[in-house]
Write a protein that binds this ligand. Structure first.
Ligand SMILES: NC(=O)c1ccc[n+]([C@@H]2O[C@H](COP(=O)([O-])OP(=O)(O)OC[C@H]3O[C@@H](n4cnc5c(N)ncnc54)[C@H](O)[C@@H]3O)[C@@H](O)[C@H]2O)c1
Ligand SMILES: [Zn+2]
Ligand SMILES: [Zn+2]
Length: 361
């Protein structure tokens, strides 16, 4: 029997989100029904609401979630009702050309539920990142569920499902930060601070946080930034060079995703260094760079989809580091809110008052 629950929906471009009745089908073949316990508010949810991702309104928002499997469909193995899981938005297929050549974190055919959740009038919802978790129950592909140690509280665990994983992975996986590296991170929100925490975990010795907001820079220091730069007050490229012996950083991570921050990241990098773009641009944005500088500065310009993570490998590992007290994931949780408070959480995100507001069911 399909179930009716309340969920946070973006009905039209730019309009405030509303609480709507969501009809959730029973899980079909390869699907799982998950009772959501907590879901973080990510900047990507706001991008969806503003039409910055695509125009497939209405969107069921929310995608940084943890919960308990309630039911599984036919053919699902390795997952049972009662399992405590973090949801991921890149369930690898195992058969595409990326998976076949042993790079499943690039999977080009990631899986989502086949059936659609709908509004009460039958209109199909587009779940954010194929999840849609600002809702009591959601329907996903079974591969989107990664079992983790139930000792990690859901409001913390859920964050690994998107922004925190993206930031940690931008440093650890995409940027391959290693001992003694210098790292600069543009944008010290949830994603950028996770990149800073990842750089510290990897043994970087100089970690520079850049933001336009002093409060964010204070938090960046708590996550491990050894230097901070307010780019409203100082040219960040010059300041990063000054902190790195005049050279620039080995790895520069753009966790904002705007042409101006990308250009700054590009020139704040040492010769043969790496730029990692983890912030998500909008379709209107363009970048112009002297091609000779792209060649002459060498190194690597990389994008980080979901921190190049492999949920089955990375989620349990990061949970373990958290439980050992080596990864301060709870510091990302600025406040716990209810389902009706998501629009207010967007405002707080806009004003820079929070790292993560987390909806707790
Ligand atoms: N690649 C991925 O898989 C992935 C996953 C999750 C989120 N994201 C993206 O990462 C980005 C950051 O997400 P978030 O949740 O941390 O957002 P956030 O709003 O919490 O943080 C963004 C930060 O950037 C700062 N900022 C804005 N303009 C700036 C500028 N010109 N220079 C320096 N700092 C500036 C803001 O003050 C803020 O602290 C978003 O674009 C989001 O969509 C990407
Ligand atoms: Zn694949
Ligand atoms: Zn997200």
């Amino acid at each position: 029997m399909p179930q009716e629950v309340r969920g946070v929906v973006a009905m039209t471009k730019g309009a405030p989100v509303t609480l709507e009745t969501v009809v959730v089908p029973d899980p079909g073949a390869g699907e799982a029904l998950v009772a959501i316990q907590a879901c973080g508010v990510c900047h990507t949810d706001l991008h969806y609401r503003e039409g910055g991702i695509n125009d497939d309104f209405p969107f069921l928002l929310g995608h940084e979630a943890a919960g308990v499997v309630e039911a599984i469909g036919a053919g699902v193995t390795g997952l049972e009702p009662g399992d405590y899981v973090i949801l991921n938005w890149r369930a690898v297929c195992g058969g595409c050309r990326a998976c076949r050549r042993g790079q499943p974190w690039y999977c080009f055919a990631t899986r989502n539920a086949q059936q659609r959740m709908t509004l009460a009038d039958g209109v199909a919802l587009s779940p954010a990142l194929g999840i849609g978790a600002f809702v009591a129950k959601t329907l996903v592909a079974a591969g989107q569920c990664t079992k983790v140690d139930p000792r990690v509280p859901p409001e913390v665990a859920g964050l690994l499902g998107c922004g925190v994983m993206a930031g940690l992975g931008a440093a650890l996986n995409t940027g391959s930060v290693s001992r003694g590296d210098s790292v600069a991170v543009f944008g010290c929100g949830g994603v950028g601070d996770a990149a800073i925490a990842g750089a510290r975990l990897a043994g970087a010795t100089t970690i520079i946080g850049v933001d336009v907001d002093e409060r964010k820079l204070g938090w960046a220091r708590e996550f491990g930034a050894t230097e901070t730069i307010n780019s409203r007050e100082r040219d960040p490229v010059e300041a990063i060079r000054a902190f790195t012996g005049g050279h620039g950083a080995d790895v520069v991570i753009d966790a904002v995703g705007r042409p101006e921050t990308y250009l700054q990241a590009f020139y704040a990098r040492d010769l043969a260094g790496t730029v990692v773009l983890v912030g998500v641009p909008t379709p209107d944005m363009q970048l112009t760079l002297p091609l000779l500088d792209v060649f002459g500065r060498g190194g690597a310009l990389k994008s980080s989809w979901y921190g190049d993570c492999l949920p089955s490998r990375d989620f349990p590992l990061l949970v373990e580091l958290y439980l050992q007290g080596r990864l301060p994931l709870d510091r990302f949780v600025s406040e716990q809110i209810g389902l009706g408070d998501v629009e207010a959480a967007f405002d707080k995100m806009h004003r820079g008052e929070v790292l993560r507001s987390v909806v707790v069911m």
